[in-house]
Design a protein around this ligand. Structure first.
Ligand SMILES: [Ca+2]
Ligand SMILES: [Ca+2]
Length: 263
């Protein structure tokens, strides 16, 4: 081999090495391009998915906001309804009525007089008579069958005070007035016997003496509270009519022997 041949062989070897190097670089470049392309595709897909998720989330948020706004509106409407109902309740006509026995007027600024009149009831000698006291109006009116003959009728008599000390009357011949009272803003009424004060939460309408008919009379009566400062019927006179009677209660029931009540 000549020197020229040697040189040529070396040149061929260098060229071959250069070609291998170029091929390797090309392969790397192609791999890098592929890798970048895949990454880009992946990135686009991820971005698209993220965008879609955000759009869905925004839509859901819009829906939630709409629901929330609707709920707030409904709550406001309910609040308005509640206020209206409370206003109606406050303005509602709440009242109760009672008879004030022994007086022709009512007590308290929140109490109206419905009517006043006279206490009536059965005759004290009549067996089987009605037991209740009634407050007869001073301006009665007749129905269709006025003034029937008394053959088989029930009777009504005026009541007299039969105790001069308790009721502070000059004799046992005075008639008893009454008043039907309407207590505004009150919804319940009870008569509490054997107490001079109310229980917690209750307000006194009036104070009086527990009264009923005489224990040995034929006709039964009922317990009523006669005002502690009773009046007499104006113009009633002092005849001893003795139709219906009112006496204060003597504390002889076994209950009243129990402490702390006195006999
Ligand atoms: Ca009498
Ligand atoms: Ca009389």
């Amino acid at each position: 081999m000549t020197f020229r041949d040697v040189i040529l062989s070396m040149l061929v070897a260098v060229l071959a090495a250069g070609l291998v190097l170029v091929e390797r670089k090309l392969t790397d470049a192609i791999d890098a391009y592929r890798s970048n392309t895949e990454t880009n595709v992946l990135s686009v897909s991820v971005n698209k998915a993220l965008t879609e998720a955000m759009l869905e989330q925004n839509e859901a948020r819009k829906s939630d906001l709409s629901q929330l706004s609707k709920l707030k509106s409904e709550i406001e409407e309910l609040k308005d309804m509640k206020l209206l109902l409370e206003e109606k309740i406050l303005k509602a006509e709440v009242a109760t009525t009672y008879v004030r026995w022994g007086r022709n007027d009512c007590s308290g600024s929140a109490t109206d007089l419905v009517y006043s009149g006279y206490v009536g009831g059965s005759h004290f000698t009549h067996k089987g008579a009605a037991v209740d006291y009634v407050c007869l109006p001073s301006d009665p009116s007749w129905g269709r069958h006025a003034n029937r003959p008394p053959g088989s009728a029930a009777f009504m008599y005026g009541a007299e005070y039969e105790d001069t000390i308790i009721y502070n009357v000059p004799d046992k011949n005075r008639e008893v007035p009454c008043a039907v009272c309407r207590a505004k803003t009150r919804s319940s009424l009870i008569m509490i016997p054997a107490r001079t004060t109310c229980y917690t939460g209750w307000e006194k309408a009036y104070l009086g003496y527990l009264s009923a008919g005489y224990h040995d009379h034929h006709a039964a009566t009922q317990y009523v509270c006669v005002d502690e400062d009773p009046q007499t019927v104006v113009g009633g006179g002092n005849n001893n009519d003795n139709g219906n009677t009112l006496l204060s209660c003597a504390n002889k029931m076994w209950l009243f022997k129990m402490p702390p009540l006195r006999k």
